[in-house]
Design a protein around this ligand. Structure first.
Ligand SMILES: [Zn+2]
Length: 324
């Protein structure tokens, strides 16, 4: 294990209880992003082991969850609820890394949220999910303005898409359409609150959403994949005046301005400001109102992380939980 030291009085060092392998970790794994000397991993839950002298909000021994983006939670951008754009933001992936036994957390007061007490083991996967996948799916649903009376369509049945279904249900959506063609994911989507399943993709998927919504399109659409096809499918499935939340990390998507122009929709997305939602999500998990931990379909000890990457690369697993 590499050494973990505090650099600043606002840092904390946490001992990880759980971490995971995210779909976005496959970008460096496959060579799309640099991997050499990169500290992998950005989701984390664990126990505070050391705090700097300026840290006030968490103390040694606290069980904490943090976002995949470091934020001070005090600057103007943070106070407006967009902590992933913090003036002092740092992405945990790459520089800090949490696929390790310990992690240094800068801006600990702004980034970490302590749970109400020490969690029982069954809550750990769900608390870990809050760090990114749940927070990201939740943001997608909020950005899409999912809520009472709304029909919400979710493009993508990976972990984030499933969490967007969960969020839409919690936010009171009337109808939730999960776009999926995998039987196990469809089942999980229904568990999390999907009322309808659409297996068609691309233009056929858009046509099916319109057919289910009197030809109008969904009020709210969450894009949780990040490919060209899924992005165009999401734009096409949103009714004029509706809201699209896009949270799938995309690299090679091109949107023609004229397509966006005539779509006439609201669009919001990007790296989710998970910190905005963390206190609420932790409480929902603590009260066992939600069970996001079911999105992990493979659990391995940290030493077998390489096998976890391979399983995800070969699509034998969608989300791998790493334990210690
Ligand atoms: Zn900030």
């Amino acid at each position: 294990m590499r050494g973990v030291v505090m650099y600043k009085a606002t840092d904390a060092v946490i001992r990880l209880t759980a971490t995971c392998i995210c779909g976005s970790d496959l970008w460096p794994y496959r060579g799309v992003e640099p991997a050499d000397h990169t500290n992998m991993g950005h989701e984390y839950a664990g126990v505070v082991e050391e705090v700097g002298s300026d840290v006030k909000n968490v103390k040694v021994g606290d069980f904490v969850v943090g976002s995949f983006v470091i934020s001070d939670n005090t600057c103007e951008t943070c106070r407006s609820g967009y902590q992933s754009g913090c003036a002092h933001r740092e992405f945990v992936a790459g520089t800090i890394g949490t696929q390790s036994e310990k992690a240094r957390t800068p801006h600990a007061d702004g980034t970490l949220v302590a749970t109400p007490g020490q969690p029982t083991p069954d809550l750990i996967p769900s608390l870990l999910a809050a760090s990114d996948v749940l927070g990201t799916g939740w943001y997608g649903a909020v950005a899409a303005e999912a809520g009472p009376g709304k029909t919400v369509a979710v493009v993508g049945d990976g972990a984030v898409g499933l969490m967007a279904v969960l969020a839409a249900k919690q936010l009171g959506a009337e109808r939730i359409i999960a776009m999926s063609r995998h039987p196990e994911r469809q089942e999980l989507a229904r568990f999390y609150g999907a009322t309808d399943i659409v297996e068609e993709r691309g233009d056929a998927g858009v046509a099916k959403i319109k057919e289910l919504t009197d030809g109008l399109g969904a009020h709210s659409v969450v894009e949780a994949v990040g490919t060209q096809e899924s992005t165009m499918q999401a734009i096409g499935a949103t009714r004029p005046g509706g809201h699209l939340g896009f949270v799938g990390v995309n690299y090679d998507v091109t949107i023609q301005g004229i397509d966006l122009f005539f779509a006439g929709i609201h669009v919001e997305g990007g790296p989710a400001p998970v910190r905005r939602f963390l206190p609420h999500l932790i409480q929902l998990i603590w009260d066992r109102e939600i069970d996001p931990g079911r999105v992990f379909d493979l659990t391995l000890p940290l030493e077998q992380a390489a096998e976890g990457y391979q399983a995800m690369d070969e699509r034998r697993a969608t989300r791998v939980l790493l334990t210690f």
